[in-house]
Design a binder for this molecule. Structure first.
Ligand code: BG6
Length: 506
């Protein structure tokens, strides 16, 4: 990895949780990995009236809790913090942006930043339309002297219409190549490995199609509830929070054709073809193939959990979904007729993200088998990152009884390799001007277009079922019916890649 060139990172929403937990710890990791340029500065911008010293103190705490180098020596942390500054402003006031401009000029002289600036928007989304406009007003978006880039956190829009408007507005102030729409899942090593597994091996690709794949299952489960984010979440829900972005991004990497080369443009082109091939959901799909749920209070292993409606800042009659499972198809040559099942939820039994490719069974059951016996390839995104192939083997003894066994590889076996956090990777890419792992505007709009009919259906049919599920369970049971066929159900993954089933370590 090469170092980035001299530049400043300006974070709007600097007093917020994301800056504290993710962004500053990630920039510190870059510093510790010697990937920051010699001339750099971070400028935090927010409404809270911190001094530089107060801001640094808070960021130090974040580094100690969340950085990969949380045990770094105090002298390293302090040296890093000495280039972090803070500028309080009222983000809604155009004139306050002059303060940002002045501060940047000052830092520019001090650290030779060569007028290269990244603006990171980690604010409430209502400000996404104001900040670019006011930066433009100060001449801060023009690239005559140095580069100017903007990173937009999700949610990018609240629905298709607002995403279109936001996109149009941004393009009034920035060129497309200056805009970095982030989806942190794309920064995860194991998400990038989906493409490597498929295209670096000769053995999988010939099987990766409708001839051999029975169905594809993708899960992103979380054991946490909404925590302190009830205010945001109650207006979003699982469909907007996870499906429109993270899950559909994973779908595109699983379903795409091989790109002609590993370049941002070629990869984005192939992913876009998948989004365009998503079969639009029919009235019947909306009714029967999209299941939404909401967690209810329960006691898990002696610990009591509140229901979603009892969480702070959540409406006590809320009909916001904390779980979505759905079935859909991709209309192209490779995937015609292969169902894709995806599910995501909060307060499920464990935190796990994985893809399961279910291969078709052998055409004729020659042998007697113990339980289900389809071949599955499991690509584990987190935790216990790795891959696992389920394959049938002979049970020792007389006769030919077959048992499903695991062949597995765990990323932790590569323990001499440092695994960067998703934000570390993505921030570095932006610093280097590489947008491969960011989303182009057209891809964001295409994924909104796919989910918009679901949002419309729920809005027009407020009584459409919203299934309660006890906190700590695998979601509404009715989601099992989505996966038809005698032995096919969802995989019930455990913390350890090699285990599944109802009884396992979570
Ligand atoms: C975020 C969502 O984008 O992703 C959160 O807003 C969710 O609700 C998070 O918890 C999950 O990310 P990860 O990396 O922990 O799987």
């Amino acid at each position: 990895m090469k170092k980035a060139i001299n530049q400043a990172l300006v974070i709007f929403g600097a007093s917020g949780d994301l800056t504290y937990r993710k962004l500053i710890p990630a920039v510190f990791d870059l510093y510790m990995n010697n990937l920051l340029p010699d001339g750099y500065a971070v400028l935090g911008v927010s409404r809270t009236k911190f001094t530089d010293a107060e801001f640094r103190k808070k960021m130090k705490e974040g580094i100690k809790k969340f950085s990969n180098f949380n045990d770094a020596k105090a002298e390293h942390i302090n040296k890093f913090l000495s280039k972090i500054f803070y500028q309080p402003i009222d983000t809604q006031k155009a004139e306050d942006y002059a303060l940002v401009k002045n501060k940047l000029s000052e830092l520019n002289k001090k650290f030779d930043l060569q007028k290269n600036y990244i603006f990171y928007l980690s604010t409430p989304p209502q400000l996404y339309s104001l900040i670019p406009k006011y930066l433009y007003g100060q001449g801060l978006t023009l690239q005559q002297k140095g580069f100017r880039r903007i990173i937009i956190e999700k949610p990018f829009g609240h629905d298709l219409q607002s995403a279109k408007e936001l996109n149009k507005l941004l393009l009034g102030f920035f060129e497309e190549e200056q805009i970095y729409r982030i989806d942190h899942y794309l920064g995860k090593e194991t998400v990038q490995n989906l493409m490597v597994t498929r295209f670096a091996n000769g053995i999988y690709e010939p099987l990766w199609n409708r001839n051999y794949v029975d169905h594809v299952e993708i899960t992103t489960a979380e054991n946490l509830g909404v925590e302190e984010r009830g205010g945001y979440y109650d207006n979003a829900g699982a469909l907007r929070d996870m499906v429109q972005n993270h899950l559909l991004q994973i779908v595109s990497l699983i379903a795409m054709e091989p790109p002609i080369k590993i370049s941002g443009e070629d990869i984005r082109y192939e992913k876009m073809k998948v989004f365009r091939a998503l079969r639009p959901l029919t009235e019947n799909d909306l009714k029967n193939n999209v299941i939404r749920g909401q967690y209810t209070a329960s006691t898990v292993r002696g610990k009591q959990y509140a229901g979603y409606r009892q969480e702070p800042e959540v409406d006590k009659d809320s009909r916001t979904e904390t779980y979505v499972a759905m079935k859909f198809f991709i209309d192209n040559w490779r995937w015609e007729g292969v169902p894709f099942y995806i599910r995501t939820g909060k307060r499920l039994p464990t935190r796990v993200s994985e893809v399961v490719i279910h291969f078709k069974p052998s055409p004729f059951a020659l042998f007697q088998s113990e339980g289900r016996n389809d071949n599955q390839l499991i690509l584990r995104i987190q935790p216990d990152e790795g891959i696992l192939l389920k394959t049938g083997m002979k049970v020792p003894g007389n006769g030919y009884e077959v048992k499903s066994v695991n062949m597995d590889f765990h990323y932790s076996d590569l323990n001499d390799h440092y695994i960067p956090d998703a934000y570390e990777r993505l921030i570095l890419d932006c610093m280097q001007g590489d947008n491969t792992l960011y989303m182009p505007g057209e891809a964001v709009l295409a994924t909104w277009k796919f989910v918009q009919p679901i949002l419309d259906y729920w809005e027009q049919n407020p009584d459409a079922p919203l299934y309660g599920y006890p906190a700590g369970s695998w979601g509404p049971e009715v989601a099992d019916e989505l996966i038809e066929g005698k032995e096919n159900t969802w995989r019930y993954p455990c913390k350890n890649l090699a285990d599944d089933g109802v009884y396992c370590e979570l």
